[in-house]
Design a protein around this ligand. Structure first.
Ligand code: F6P
Length: 604
């Protein structure tokens, strides 16, 4: 498709933005007594209140028209029929199939009934989860499994982690699920410290089984297992994999029956519904995992069939385009008023920014508009005491989605009523703001002198007219959590379709991966770096110098005869009054007599 800026609706929206520039949201409510009711839509257990937007009926109908002109109707049909809408990788995009297998018999894609494959994998997951929960699955020493560690990164990590956390009230007793992602050794080291190799199972989640972080952590987990009582023959009792690369997983030591398939028609960030969601299923049980899939499927059906005017992903996606492209909004905030959903903004950030952080149209031409915004956010009310100041008085326009369950899983005292009151008051404050006159009156009422009133009142003005959506549901359940995430997936697709970009590839992450390998090789060898840019050369040099110093230090240490006593590790020696400067570590050599002999400081 060509640039959306060439669409008729885009041109009209550009002019319409000027008409709306001086219209306040409060005046829109004054002009239309039905607005609050009218600008509400419902799907899959969720209500979207989108009345607090800088939009009237004309805006909404133009945005709907824009979506239609951009080909959204046929794009949706394409997705649900398995067309290769991921054009740069020539693939179908079928996360919707992962949640349709209970409701639908067949979905033929490239001659294969993908739903049969999905069902078979769900059965395989059922067995695995049942064996773990019943205690039938034993570790190498015959003990019952108590801990499962999921090792993955990106889409093979964040979605399952966020959903497992969101469903905390549904967790089954018996098995604790942990997540490891970062190649920073501190991540896995911290986790392993809490675990017993006899009672731990690792699930290695990697579509490609070739991702540096995941393989490094998987190798570290296997080394830990082997050096703490496990043997190579027993690796298969403690390691399972979710991957489309069966061979690599078998080479690692997994038994084939413990390798769960992935398909190339599921993108990483859309994969939590596949066997990548195995840690979720282990944490909350298969019954709840099915309910999660069902909730997402309900949202899929709504997205597929509801008229655009009532369609939650379309309304939210189109309003997002309105702010990004016609009001120059650079970011979009997600603020869940639910403690268990606190990590959801990170998942939607990955979902949206990896999907729509693109600068090329489907045909390869450069885009002429802004595309995906920076997605950010965090749990309310915590954010109110941090970044909400910028939302209310900062110079940038930040559209916000407030998300809240009306019922709490933990109803103590008046906590939940306060939580909801805060959620509602934030969207209210963003819209109504505070005028200079109101600020002055407030100060006078508080007894301020006229000088104080003049000096302080301008600082208390809150511009208002800042847009937000409020999404609410009765309770966070597996079904409503599934529907919520599916809603954001489709919102992302709606926006990508309007912009005419491919939301399902991720070529941008490739360069960093390739350069990362190249720099690693340079850090561990005596390569000639003179062809690199000066900045990278300098950083490599600094790192190597430090590393060599440390290597020399530790080599000297190991050459000291064991008869010389023991070495005691001293973290932060300068804090303990040892040495000078900013050395980070030291060893104290203690003689067999127990007397301190020598202090070794790591060189800085
Ligand atoms: O970071 C890029 C990416 O390809 C993501 O899209 C993907 O979810 C992640 O890496 C992990 O990939 P894999 O599942 O193949 O290990």
């Amino acid at each position: 498709m060509s640039s959306p800026t060439e669409l008729a609706a885009w041109q009209v929206l550009t002019a319409h933005q000027q008409e709306m520039a001086s219209v306040s949201m409060t005046s829109l409510f004054e002009d239309d007594a039905q607005r609050a009711e009218k600008y509400c839509a419902h799907a899959a257990g969720w209500t979207l209140d989108y009345a607090k937007n800088r939009a009237n009926d004309k805006t909404l109908s133009l945005l709907t028209e824009l979506a239609k002109e951009a080909g959204l109707e046929s794009a949706i049909k394409g997705m649900f029929s398995g067309a290769h809408i991921n054009n740069t990788e020539d693939r179908s995009v079928l996360h919707i199939a992962l949640r349709a297998s209970q409701a639908q018999e067949t979905l033929m894609v490239d001659g294969v009934n993908v739903l049969a494959e999905v069902r078979a994998t769900l059965k395989q997951m059922e067995q695995f989860v049942a064996q773990l929960h019943s205690g039938e699955w034993k570790g190498y020493s015959g003990k019952t499994i108590t801990d499962v560690v999921s090792i993955g990164i990106g889409g093979s990590y964040l979605g399952p982690k966020v959903v497992a956390e969101a469903l905390t009230p549904y967790k089954k007793d018996g098995i604790k699920v942990h997540f490891v992602a970062n190649i920073d050794g501190s991540d896995i080291t911290g986790k392993l410290k809490q675990l017993n190799p006899e009672t731990t199972v690792f699930v290695i989640s990697s579509k490609t089984f070739g991702t540096l972080e995941t393989l490094s952590n998987a190798n570290a987990a296997r080394d830990w297992f082997l050096s703490n009582g496990g043997s190579q023959d027993n690796v298969s009792k403690h390691f399972a994999a979710v991957s489309s690369n069966v061979k690599k997983a078998v080479d690692f030591g997994m038994a084939e029956e413990n390798i769960f398939p992935m398909w190339d028609w599921v993108g990483g960030r859309y994969s939590l519904w596949s066997a990548i969601g195995l840690p979720v299923a282990i944490a909350v049980g298969m019954d709840n995992f099915y309910a999660l899939l069902d909730g997402a499927h309900q949202m899929d059906e709504h997205f597929r069939t509801a008229p655009f005017e009532e369609n939650l992903p379309v309304i939210m996606g189109a309003l997002g385009v309105w702010y990004i492209n016609f009001h120059n909004a650079q970011t979009h905030a997600l603020i869940p008023y639910d403690h268990y959903l606190r990590a959801m903004p990170a998942h939607i950030q990955q979902l949206d920014m990896e999907s729509n952080g693109k600068a090329n149209l489907l045909n390869g031409d450069g885009v002429a508009t802004d595309t995906g915004p920076i997605i950010w956010g965090g749990a309310g009310t915590n954010g109110q005491h941090a970044y909400h100041q910028l939302l209310h008085q900062g110079t940038r326009l930040v559209p916000v989605d407030f998300i809240a369950p009306l019922t709490s899983h933990n109803p103590i005292g008046e906590h939940h009523v306060h939580l909801i009151a805060n959620c509602l008051s934030q969207s209210q404050a963003l819209m109504v703001g505070k005028t200079l006159e109101q600020a002055k009156q407030e100060l006078r009422d508080a007894g301020a002198s006229e000088d104080q009133v003049e000096a302080v009142a301008p600082h208390k003005v809150i511009q208002g007219n800042r847009p937000s959506n409020t999404l609410f549901t009765d309770k966070m359940t597996p079904a409503t959590v599934g529907a919520l995430i599916a809603l954001y997936e489709h919102r992302t697709f709606v926006q990508g379709t309007i912009w005419g970009i491919n939301s399902f590839d991720q070529w941008g992450v490739e360069l960093g991966k390739v350069l990362g390998t190249d720099i690693y090789n340079r850090l561990v060898s005596d390569s000639d770096n003179s062809t690199l840019d000066a900045s990278t050369q300098a950083l490599i040099k600094a790192f190597k110098k430090l590393r060599l110093n440390r290597l020399a230090f530790y080599t000297a240490l190991t050459k000291t005869p064991a008869s010389a006593g023991v070495f005691v590790f001293i973290p932060s020696p300068s804090l303990q009054g040892l040495g000078r400067g900013s050395e980070s570590e030291a060893f104290m050599q203690v003689a067999p007599s127990g007397r301190h002999r020598r202090l070794y400081m790591t060189p800085s």
